[in-house]
Design a protein around this ligand. Sequence first.
Ligand code: ADP
Length: 174
Amino acid sequence: MTERIALYPGSFDPLTNGHLDILSRARRLADRVVVAILENDAKTPLFTVSERIAMIHEIVGDDPATPVRSFSGLLVDFAKEVGATLIVRGLRAVSDYEYELQMALMNRRLTPSIETVFLMAKEEYSYVSSRLVKEVARLGGDVTGLVPEAIRLRLVERVGKELLVEKSKVKGRT
Ligand code: ADP
């Protein structure tokens, strides 16, 4: 029997418990779920791609069923490269829907043999996004329970460093 491979693409900057929830659901649909980090120069990430890969590895382990890769270019091309027939995306609120629908239809037009499937995380993660988690951490809020503990520690350390750089810039100006 051929192995069913799914691709779970995103920024994962950083990985949240919402992402992990979607990943574990995706594993019920496929033999292998490739976590694919988009290399996007347009966005200014908090963590580099290699840091994000290392952080995800730290949490999910070196499991051959959940390899972690980065990619640039067309998602469907990368899906074909890894042999994926499914693209997994998570849906939180209605606000995610419009963009996701556009992407799914465009990807289908580009490669009709690849199916996009949408999964819903647990309700308690329905408001969790990497963007919001970073924003809260930058303002000194507690994100315990929204991201794995090892990620929370890295996040606190990184936003702390950002703050120091900002302060030294202000100091340099005065
Ligand atoms: P972000 O978490 O900042 O929205 P990503 O690009 O890393 O961004 O998300 C990758 C995928 O995971 C997207 O399909 C996104 O909708 C989904 N996702 C992220 N967080 C959640 C969540 N809390 N519940 C459901 N899906 C999620």
